[in-house]
Design a protein around this ligand. Structure first.
Ligand code: NCD
Length: 305
């Protein structure tokens, strides 16, 4: 029985296999329609979500399984004071697999000790978001034909942006990756990623405040939202929220085959005029997330594919 709390809980070989299964699901969806018949996925979302929760639920339904859960902690017994540990123990009695999102860093990890069913971290505070990374990797693979030999620009809230932390962890394991970290100083990548992952693996990187300066060098541009809910002080959020707004004119110096990504939701960091640019891939990312979550559910439930 396996949990996926951190993207590094999966080896690169396993990630490659998940990418292959997801591509096979895209090609041959009918093969998978009954793979999880009679199985139940519980989605426990103690924090808001649109894509992650609904894509998990759609993924399980497309595998022929069923879904239970809650989308708001206030509609669960957590509002009565039940601990996360007890909630997980209880849900483990009903479900075969659990996807859980929680505002506290480490909550899904702690929960994983309390149940006999696989737990998937669907986002824990400002820490990690491994299944978004699976969606990101499939997008990069399908757009670029590879996940190595790339210069990856990450822009916006690199401090609280959990999708960025997981993506850097995953991409650091591939050959010839370079990172361009674009953020205001206050939202810079934390040391537990910069020092312990990028520097430790001797991966070349630069830090800059300027998206314009970085634009011409990068193969992937990963935009992020300033994570309002993680700020202690509203004035800081207001000062930083408009740090980067990607508009068509800023793309003039970009590569013709740039891949523009964003985990979504966007607030205003990508102008909607960019949506018609063929390099905009953020809605493809959404769909890819469903296929990768299907592949992950199959793997963790040990279903033969
Ligand atoms: C992200 C998240 O929840 O971390 N959203 C998502 O799952 N696609 C990004 C964000 O909320 O900014």
């Amino acid at each position: 029985m396996r949990h996926v709390i951190d993207i590094l809980d999966l080896s690169t070989k396993e990630i490659d296999e998940l990418l292959c299964v997801a591509e096979d699901i895209i090609e041959n969806p009918e093969k998978y329609r009954e793979k999880c018949k009679y199985k139940k996925l519980a989605t426990l979302f103690f924090e808001p979500s649109t894509r992650t929760r609904l894509s998990f639920e759609a993924a399980m339904m497309e595998l022929g399984g069923n879904v239970i859960g809650f989308s708001d902690a206030n509609s669960s017994s957590s509002a009565k004071g039940e601990s996360v540990s007890d909630t997980i123990r209880v849900v483990g009695c009903y479900a075969d697999i659990i996807a859980m999102r929680h505002p506290k860093e480490g909550a899904p990890y702690a929960a994983s000790f309390k149940t006999e069913v696989p737990i998937i971290n669907a986002g824990d505070g400002g820490h990690n978001h491994p299944t978004q990374t699976l969606a990101d990797l499939l997008t990069i693979k399908r757009e670029k034909g590879r996940v190595d030999n790339l210069t990856v620009g990450l822009c916006g809230d690199l401090k609280f942006g959990r999708t960025v932390h997981s993506l850097i962890n995953a991409m650091s394991r591939y050959e010839n990756i370079k990172f361009v970290l674009i953020s205001p100083e206050e939202l810079a990548l934390p040391d537990y990623v910069k020092k312990d992952v990028i520097e430790k693996n001797n991966i070349p990187y630069v830090e800059t405040r300027s998206l314009e300066e970085a634009m011409g060098d990068i193969d992937i541009l990963y935009m992020t939202r300033v994570q309002k809910e993680r700020f202690f002080n509203e004035a800081d959020y207001i000062r930083l929220k408009d740090s980067y707004i990607l508009t068509p004119d800023k793309l003039e110096t970009a590569k013709a085959d740039l891949v523009i990504m964003h985990p979504l939701p966007r607030v205003n960091e990508i102008d909607t005029k960019v949506d018609d640019d063929p390099r905009a891939c953020y809605f493809k990312q959404v769909l890819n997330g469903k296929y990768m979550r299907m592949a992950l559910i199959l793997k963790l439930l040990e279903v033969e594919v």
